[in-house]
Design a binder for this molecule. Structure first.
Ligand SMILES: Nc1ncnc2c1ncn2[C@@H]1O[C@H](COP(=O)(O)OP(=O)(O)OP(=O)(O)O)[C@@H](O)[C@H]1O
Ligand SMILES: [Mg+2]
Length: 363
């Protein structure tokens, strides 16, 4: 049996994609050496940025790529840790100069999901909308800005600790979505008292130090109410738009319109209104309007935007969220899953055409 061609092996490995940074290994400087040893063994020395063994996905990518080369019968992978300088160089090469996602020069469409009051389904809308956008083929990040009641990691089943390379924080991934939450940075079970400046700093880090990699969409799950977080976000991402969530109840609508007023005060445009928990379809096929009717339409009318979608109450949606599954996984054929798909398509329509080179002016 013939030995593998070393040049072919090296070039196939250089084109293999790092599962975390989504770039070819060759451009990342991950390949310290690639050799062909006796009996068709591909010997790969990796230079990796994170201490410990290389991740499972990276190992699979490397061995899969090597095994695709004719004559390779086994793969041996060794690894070594990058130096601080190599790490900094790596991240500088990957992301260039750090700037806030959605800030000047960024093509990311940032949408904050807001409501005046708690419990209406902001986090459910954020997570399910994100997963539906990803299913349509868009790159999506979710920033859980609810620093007091973070629930996004649980709802998406995105557990663990973010990887940090040089001074860049890499989001976790779940259901095709990148996620960052304060949950990842507070010790288990400890309450954090966020004071204004600290909160402002944390949000700045989430927008600037996190390597979001220019997603098409960044959805921000806002805390209930209309306070400090909204002001900070509006300062870091002046172009962010606001999606209002309400229930059909008239009282919920009144509070949600306060969120609309807040958006107006900080000069953020509204994208539209989502009415959640609109009805429950019984086994008899009848719709039961458990929380009344008309709240979403009324809020949309008074805020002069469209009611984009009504999302019914679906038991599996709640149950799925508790297990870390979006409704498109727990109940893919449900009315709610279809509603989120429609909402995702609506949101794509509202995407502004952004000039990515603000320095270029016509005329
Ligand atoms: N359409 C729905 N059908 C069934 N359950 C739902 C629906 N929308 C939300 N829920 C459930 O209602 C609860 C509250 O929703 P969620 O946490 O999304 O609200 P929230 O506005 O983010 O709350 P908070 O203000 O506390 O952040 C959750 O348990 C969620 O799973
Ligand atoms: Mg929430």
């Amino acid at each position: 049996m013939s030995q593998p061609n070393p040049e072919v092996l090296a070039s196939v490995l250089a084109d293999a994609i790092d599962p975390i940074l989504h770039r070819p290994l060759g451009t990342l400087g991950y390949l310290k050496s690639v050799n062909v040893k006796r009996r068709g063994t591909a010997a790969v020395e990796l230079l990796i940025p994170v201490p410990g063994a290389p991740g499972h996905a990276l190992i699979e990518e490397v061995s899969g790529a090597a095994q695709s080369v004719k004559g390779v019968r086994s793969v041996r992978i060794e690894h070594e840790l990058m130096s601080d300088d190599q790490r900094s160089e790596l991240m500088a090469g990957v992301r260039g100069e750090k700037r806030p996602v959605g800030g000047p020069g960024s093509s990311t469409y940032v949408v904050a999901i807001s409501s005046g009051k708690g419990g209406v389904g902001k986090s459910s809308v954020t997570t399910n909308l994100a997963v539906s956008l990803a299913a349509l083929g868009h790159s999506v990040g979710v920033l859980d800005a609810d620093v007091w009641g973070y629930s996004v990691p649980n709802m998406l089943g995105a557990r663990g600790a973010p990887v940090v390379i040089a001074d860049s924080i890499l989001p976790l991934r779940a259901h095709g979505v990148s996620v960052i939450s304060i949950d990842y940075f507070v010790p288990d079970g400890q309450a954090v008292v966020w004071r204004g400046p600290m909160l402002h700093k944390a949000l700045e880090q989430f927008l600037t130090d996190v390597f979001w990699d220019e997603p098409a969409f960044l959805l921000i799950d806002m805390p209930p109410g209309t306070g400090d977080v909204a002001i900070s976000i509006s300062q870091f991402v002046p172009r962010a738009r606001v999606l209002l969530v309400t229930t059909p109840q008239p009282t919920a609508r009144r509070v949600a319109s306060r969120a609309a007023l807040m958006a107006d005060r900080v000069d953020q445009k509204l994208v539209g209104v989502v009415e959640n928990m609109s009805w429950f379809t019984g086994d008899d096929g009848k719709r039961y309007h458990l929380f009344g009717e008309g709240g979403g339409a009324a809020l949309a009318h008074e805020s002069e935007v469209d009611l984009l979608v009504q999302i019914p109450i679906v038991t599996e949606m709640r149950a799925g969220a508790d297990r870390g599954e979006p409704v498109s996984v727990s109940a893919p054929d449900s009315e709610a899953a279809k509603a989120f798909d429609r909402l995702a398509r609506c949101l794509v329509e509202t995407r502004p055409r952004i000039r990515t080179h603000p320095e270029l002016r016509i005329g």
